[in-house]
Write a protein that binds this ligand. Structure first.
Ligand code: GDP
Length: 422
């Protein structure tokens, strides 16, 4: 597998049981990305049990079993490549914090595969994930109409599901020209890496071809540096080492940086990636670095590192557009749930609900409504109860979205329209 190819973060989204995990297993298998020793082990097991030639089932069993045991090898963060790209599967719904991760950028995907089971069609999470994909700026959607084997590879059923999904994309105003539809069976391997004989009526690309045809992603290297801090370590011989992922811009040794909202700064002495010192790090790179004069107690998780002359913004209040995904009652002014943005978690008060929006057209439906409830979209004014660094999504989208959590659930998601700085 070559890391020299351009990289893409890919999300696999769709309703529970529509076949996301099976598809990931199948993609890894068909692209030869399951390590040889794992295949070999499965081959031996399969032969012992007299089931030779059934390696795929064993790969899947293994993934499933490891998930049950809570082992780190989950379907998330698996990697595979096509001729052109090197893909990382950033996260997968079903993963407990998927929705939150998707929103807070912990698993920012460039593009997504939406899995829709042919025998079930558009289901509630299909809607929710498509909506999030659109709100959070997923560029392109490939739709795998899955389980075609279950519907006897019926062209009519495929067309029906395609129609349902197209309507959904229109409703949420996802440019539906951007979507590629493919009839697949993750389980049987139809139209994954090879064109299937079971769908002679389909003449579009198979899934691997469609992934290979995705447009290249331009990393946001020209934007100002924004590096949310994930953790802060003390390492003997080096000192204080904040770690995190560069979201935008470039981190270079010798640069003067500022951490906000802690409001401290200094010169970058060293940058490390994969245990090696590097002169610079770019968007997507996970780094540990060391800044002259910064001690372990000066900075914390949730701080954002940026250039000293263009520091991360700290909000006194901010205006945001949000969508209420699920809330048992109604949300009124004064409500103070926890906002998750990049690596920060801060209680924030919804100070006023300024406008209710029509969820379909995005136009203003009501000024100063008394409350909003599940399914509503609104413009609100938010006051963080502790300093929070956040950016307008129009300027730095990577640092401009948030998830609202309460009672252990993601109840709303949104993006920042304006920051009123402290
Ligand atoms: P997820 O919840 O979306 O990750 O769905 P899974 O990948 O766990 O699949 C749910 C169930 O559907 C499992 O029993 C799979 O074996 C089955 N399944 C997935 N894809 C296919 C397919 O293409 N054809 C058939 N017949 N079953 C499938």
């Amino acid at each position: 597998m070559s890391e020299d190819k351009p990289h893409q973060n890919l999300a696999i989204i769709g309703h529970v049981d529509h076949g996301k995990s099976t598809l990931v297993g199948r993609l890894l298998f068909e692209t030869g990305s399951v390590p040889e020793h794992v295949i070999e082990q499965h081959r031996e097991e399969a032969e012992e049990k007299g089931k030779g030639g059934f390696e795929f089932a064993y790969v899947m069993d293994n993934l499933a079993e490891e998930r049950e045991r809570g082992v780190t090898i989950d379907i998330a963060h698996q990697q595979f490549d096509t001729d052109k790209y090197y893909f990382t599967i950033v996260d997968c719904p079903g993963h407990r914090d998927f929705v939150k991760n998707m929103i807070t950028g912990a698993s920012q995907a460039d593009n997504a595969v939406l899995v829709v089971a042919a025998d079930d069609g558009v289901a509630p999470q299909t809607r929710e994930h498509v909506f999030l994909a659109r709100t959070l700026g997923i560029n392109e959607l490939i739709i795998g109409v899955n389980k075609m084997d279950v519907v006897d590879y019926s062209e009519d059923t495929y067309k029906e599901v395609k129609e349902q999904v197209s309507n959904l994309l229109k409703q949420v105003r996802f440019k539906s020209d951007d979507a590629t539809f493919i009839p697949i069976s993750a389980f049987e391997g139809d139209n994954i890496a090879e064109d299937s004989e079971n769908t002679p009526w389909y003449d579009g690309p198979n899934l691997v071809e469609a992934l290979n045809d995705l447009p290249e992603v331009e990393p946001p290297t020209d934007a100002p540096l924004r590096l949310p801090i994930q953790d802060v370590y003390t390492i003997s011989g080096i000192g204080t080492v904040p770690v995190g992922r560069v979201e935008t811009g470039v981190l270079e040794t010798g640069a003067n940086v500022s951490f906000q909202p802690s409001d401290v700064g200094g010169e970058v002495k060293t940058v490390e990636m994969h245990h090696e010192e590097v002169p610079r790090a770019e968007p997507g790179d996970n780094v540990g670095f060391n800044v002259r004069g910064i001690g372990k107690d000066d900075i914390r998780r949730g701080d954002v590192c940026g250039p000293a002359d263009d520091p991360p913004k700290v909000a006194e209040t901010f205006k945001a557009q949000l969508v209420v995904m699920q809330h048992p009652s109604v949300i009124t002014a004064g409500y103070t749930p926890v906002f998750h943005a990049h690596t920060a978690q801060v209680a924030c008060t919804i100070e006023s609900i300024d406008q209710k929006l029509d969820p379909k057209s995005g136009e203003v439906a009501e000024e100063n409504p008394d409350f909003i409830k599940s399914g509503d979209a609104a413009v609100v004014t938010v006051r963080p109860q502790k300093p929070l660094s956040i950016e307008p999504s129009g300027e730095i989208p990577e640092l401009g979205s948030f998830a609202v959590r309460d009672m252990g659930q993601t109840i709303a998601a949104g993006k920042v329209l304006e920051v009123n700085e402290r």
